[in-house]
Ligand binder design. Sequence first.
Ligand code: HEC
Length: 164
Amino acid sequence: MTPPVRMILGSALLFAAAVVPGLGQNTGAKVVPKLQPIAETKLLMEGLANPNFRGLERNLSKNPIDDQTWTYARGQALLIAECANLLMLRPPKGTQSQPTWFQETMDLRTQATRLAQSIAKKDLASAKAGMQNLARSCNRCHQSFRVPVDIVPFQPVPPPVRKI
Ligand code: HEC
């Protein structure tokens, strides 16, 4: 290669590295992804927290509880714990209420993780107590943030109204 050609090629590569994102950055430097909340809190409640809580009630009410159901229930508890991680990305706007939010989300994660551990051991008494603790955690946050939703586990379903 003649020196001018080498120079042109060299500057073309430099230019490409400057305008193409990612190019020239792959030098072993650590990429730190920025976590961003996408869905609304309400959607996490309706799509993740509540359906998994209700699913746990159903699975832990089965008699007997087979292996597949225990496995499934453990997954439901872990998804609620993971939901707590997602909630941590979405503190309310006022900086004053943020410490409360973080405390409530950490508590949700702790209770849901403990419940998953009881379920992994197939310890039904401990899992049922864990459901009560989990519901308390849900309700504590709802009360702190004035959400009129009361979570009561294992409520007997009222019989359907009979039309006469
Ligand atoms: C860290 C706080 C926090 C925790 C913990 C929490 N929630 Fe919520 N929840 C909220 C907020 C805030 C809303 C209101 C969202 C909105 O309407 O914008 C809500 C709303 C709800 C709703 C109503 C959704 C609707 O359709 O309006 C349900 C149901 C619900 N939560 C279930 C649960 C369950 C079940 C748990 C526990 C497994 C739980 N939540 C734990 C903060 C929390």
